[in-house]
Design a protein around this ligand. Structure first.
Ligand SMILES: Nc1nc2c(c(=O)[nH]1)N[C@H]1C(S)=C(S)[C@@H](COP(=O)(O)OP(=O)(O)OC[C@H]3O[C@@H](n4cnc5c(=O)[nH]c(N)nc54)[C@H](O)[C@@H]3O)O[C@H]1N2
Ligand SMILES: Nc1nc2c(c(=O)[nH]1)N[C@H]1C(S)=C(S)[C@@H](COP(=O)(O)OP(=O)(O)OC[C@H]3O[C@@H](n4cnc5c(=O)[nH]c(N)nc54)[C@H](O)[C@@H]3O)O[C@H]1N2
Ligand SMILES: [Mo]
Length: 772
């Protein structure tokens, strides 16, 4: 039971006063390398730093747990990673340990008082632990006993729908596949995942428009594009390896236009730390143009552009619209063009906050480019009208025939490193019949057909007392979900909460009557079963599937792989004579892949092809053949009434976003370097004129209060003690960090169709701080 290595006692720096420095106008460069190495050495020591970073994103190594940006096919650099990928690795491969002794010292009540940062800095979990109903401490438990406790919970259910199985997007394809197979074998589709809070709006919009919820470009397409639009994405922080691709595109002559309320450093200029020029020079200017749009104004921008394209086509017929593409491959064109007749540019200007000249310029770029790529992330997906916004952006590309041709297409840039793969593997509360039927036939089980709960619905069901068992495969549900206190209370309604985790977080302390923490191997860890090293696979943002194998000896002999945890649990719940050969799966992941190859289209010869040096690319009918698997068998224009976000009198619209020093709910440190904000994360970025009009000064402390309509009148949520920072954000628009401001996001504020929490447009007011 003793941990493999001694506990690291390096003190943990808690936040202090906020320091405001210069906002950077470039990303990466020497500071990025220095920070990456410093974090590595601090958490892992020199040996593990060398052992992990040399294997990161290499063919014989592991997939970076940072983001889902693809590796460049063919040639790979020696160091195929970025500062923030290195931080993600350091966080996982740390030498610090959370042992049973730790839980004996710290009661649950004590741990609830600690910050998320402190919790994660304690290190890797080493042993399964159980919090019995009414107990004050987590105590060690054997794996058999843990599985028996969960099996007893199933026995007490009146319906399998009283169980909920959450997934975060780091889980491998193999683990995700057995996990959803287990949920469906017990009889529920309750499979909410982080994607419900992330790119669900992209999936919903693209599914309706082009018949597949995935992006239609590859890295070589981006490198070959002549116009790249980047809307609602901060790649310098969240997808730093994308900057190298953009640099190449730029070198090949692409024009890049950034659409963002904030002038993010990574959009402006890039210094590649792996090139001499990046280390000593000024770097490459990335964005040629920057459109400082208002929060939620993108649908209007796309519509304005579409209208200008139509006007230009009418002025010079046959020169702007790709009429052949529209005739052969699209549906709903006339309805959409009719909608464009009604465009009032006063609305477009109000919604976007941009000048007409800027929009005309964008439209001219779109009209005159031959290969256009549209990239986006959370700035488009987390709005009330997110699905319509992405549909509108897709319309613009369809008008120009930009789907299914080299150098052009749609590029939703995914977040978690395997979030796309998890969905392909069936982590979805409403998988299509074709998947369920194929899986049932393969295993001789009968999957339920009724749709399950997504993330927001699961919280509602827990709050109603309809859920006995909540299981999380990774993630940090209570902090990632909206409406933190409501969500915490909902989790507390469960009889048993189970977290399969690598590291301690707030969700281990938002427990049902009883709780289990099951520690698991991460990406960097070696996974050896019966003496044979196992490997897992992942799918990146561009549908490339490849292997990942860790290289570090596991933190503790008590760690089980995610696959092993699911298979042992399934055996305990379903019995050893169940139709699915759980223990065979546990012993050899090739056997799992064999079955996947027969259930999921595109995975034929999975075991052979995944061992090719660059893996393999999954089919994408629009990209490959201009085929659209929609009800019309064509690409459908999205036809929706125009919407945007209005700022109510005396209020601000708040977006919640990531700093440069965090991975979602895991806080690495307190240095949002590119934005020049250091020392503390409890800050709100506000336009200087708004600060004046609120009668405030930069540096004042405020409470942020959100307001929303509820059935029983207007309700409020409050977070206290935030420092006001003057920042270059549009008037009426503010920004603050996730997850500190999640308590402000009301559960009921969700995107239409995708049910994604509206994390980028919370109506708030500021009040003098109650906590001084
Ligand atoms: N280092 C690091 N990497 C990560 C993550 C991390 O936390 N840390 N998280 C991963 C995950 S899960 C995800 S989903 C991605 C997230 O990647 P991003 O989507 O880049 O993440 P956010 O910080 O939410 O940034 C949203 C960006 O959209 C802009 N924005 C907000 N609202 C609007 C709008 O209405 N219109 C427009 N045009 N822009 C808007 C914001 O100013 C900001 O630049 O990153 C992944 N990679
Ligand atoms: N207000 C606001 N809320 C948001 C967002 C926002 O922009 N604003 N973004 C949303 C988005 S895009 C996302 S994707 C979600 C993220 O939601 P989640 O995916 O639930 O959250 P993470 O913070 O990524 O989860 C971190 C935890 O995962 C565990 N972990 C890490 N690696 C592994 C592993 O290999 N295996 C296992 N089993 N566990 C592991 C660790 O215990 C760690 O504490 O948050 C959403 N919430
Ligand atoms: Mo995400």
């Amino acid at each position: 039971m003793s941990p493999a290595e001694p506990r690291d006692e390096t003190p943990i720096a808690e936040p202090d006063a906020v320091h405001i420095g210069h906002v950077k106008d470039y990303a990466a460069g020497v500071p990025a390398v220095a920070v990456a190495l410093a974090r590595g050495l601090e958490q892992m020591g020199p040996l593990r730093t060398a052992r992990t970073l040399t294997k990161l994103n290499q063919r014989d190594g592991f997939d970076c747990p940072g983001c889902a940006w693809p590796e460049t096919p063919g040639h790979r650099k020696h160091a195929e990673f970025c500062e923030n990928g290195a931080k993600a690795v350091a966080e996982e491969a740390t030498k610090r340990r959370v042992t049973p002794e730790f839980f004996a010292t710290h009661s649950v009540a004590d741990l609830r008082e600690r910050s998320g940062y402190w919790l994660s800095q304690q290190g890797r979990l080493t042993h399964p632990v159980h919090l019995a109903a009414g107990d004050t401490h987590y105590r060690p438990v054997s794996w058999d006993e843990a599985n028996r406790i969960i099996a007893d919970e199933f026995a007490a259910m009146s319906s399998p729908d009283e169980a909920v199985f959450y997934t975060s997007g780091r889980t491998s394809n193999e683990a995700a596949f057995v996990y959803q197979l287990f949920a469906r074998s017990v009889g529920t589709n309750n499979l909410p995942d982080c994607s419900n809070m992330c790119h669900e709006s992209s999936g919903a919009a693209l599914g309706a428009s082009i018949g597949i919820g995935k992006g239609s470009v590859t890295v070589p397409d981006i490198e070959a594009a002549d116009l790249i639009l980047i809307a609602g994405q901060n790649p310098g922080t969240n997808h730093p390896r994308m900057l190298s691709t953009l640099e190449k595109a730029k070198h090949n002559g692409a024009r890049i236009i950034a659409i963002n309320p904030l002038p993010e450093a990574g959009l402006m200029r890039f210094k590649d730390p792996q090139k001499v020029s990046g280390v000593v020079g000024h770097g490459v200017k990335l964005a040629d143009d920057y459109l400082q749009i208002r929060l939620g104004g993108d649908m209007a921008l796309f519509r304005g552009v579409a209208r200008l394209l139509l006007d230009a086509e009418r002025a010079a017929p046959g020169t702007v619209l790709d009429q052949e593409f529209l005739d052969r491959h699209c549906a709903g064109v006339d309805d959409y063009l009719r909608l464009l007749e009604d465009v009032d540019f006063a609305d477009i200007l109000e919604a976007t906050g941009l000048s007409r000249a800027a929009i005309v310029d964008l439209a001219e770029a779109v009209a005159s480019s031959e290969r256009i790529v549209l990239c986006w992330a959370m700035g488009l997906t987390q709005h009330h009208h997110a699905v319509a916004t992405i549909g509108e952006g897709t319309n613009v590309l369809l008008m120009r025939g930009m789907i299914g041709k080299p150098g052009a297409g749609l590029c939703p840039v995914r977040g978690h490193s395997n979030v796309q793969g998890d969905r392909t593997m069936g982590i979805f509360e409403k998988m299509p019949e074709s998947f369920l039927a194929a899986q049932d036939a393969e295993f001789g089980i009968v999957s339920p057909r009724a749709h399950g709960y997504d993330t927001v619905a699961a919280i509602g069901a827990m709050a109603r007392g309809d859920v006995r068992l909540f299981v999380a495969m990774g993630g940090n549900f209570v902090s990632a979900a909206p409406d933190t206190e409501y969500t915490r209370a909902a989790l507390e309604q469960c009889s048993l909460t189970v977290q399969i985790s690598t590291k301690l977080n707030e969700s281990h302390l938002a427990t049902g009557s009883a709780a289990l923490i099951l520690p698991t191997l991460g990406r960097t860890d070696k996974d050896v079963v019966n003496g044979v090293p196992q490997q897992v696979s992942v799918e990146d943002s561009m549908s490339v599937v490849h292997l990942s194998r860790g290289s570090l000896p596991p933190t503790s002999p008590e760690l089980h792989s995610e696959v092993a945890i699911v298979c042992d649990l399934a055996t305990a719940v379903l019995g050893s004579d169940h139709a699915v050969p759980w223990q065979t799966f546990r012993g050899d992941y090739d056997v799992i892949r064999e079955h996947i190859s027969r259930v999921i289209p595109g995975f034929e010869n999975f075991n052979t092809r995944v061992r090719l040096s660059d893996g393999f690319v999954l089919p994408h009918p629009p990209r490959d053949r201009r085929e659209f698997d929609t009800a019309t068998s064509r690409a459908n224009f999205a036809v929706n009434p125009l919407e945007w976000v209005r700022v109510p009198e005396g209020r601000l619209i708040l977006q919640t976003l990531r700093s440069h020093d965090q991975y979602n709910t895991t806080i690495y440190g307190h240095d949002d370097r590119y934005r020049g904000i250091k020392g503390n994360r409890r800050v709100i970025m506000v336009n200087p004129d708004d600060i004046d009009s609120w009668g405030l000064k930069a540096g004042d402390r405020v409470d942020i209060v959100s307001e929303f309509a509820a059935p029983d009148g207007v309700q409020e949520r409050r977070v206290s003690g935030f420092e006001v920072i003057a920042y270059a954000t549009p008037r009426g628009n503010a920004a603050a960090y996730y997850p500190e401001t999640n308590p402000l996001v009301p559960l009921g504020a969700v995107a239409k169709e995708s049910n994604t929490p509206v994390s980028k447009a919370v109506v708030v007011r500021l009040e003098p701080s109650r906590t001084a």
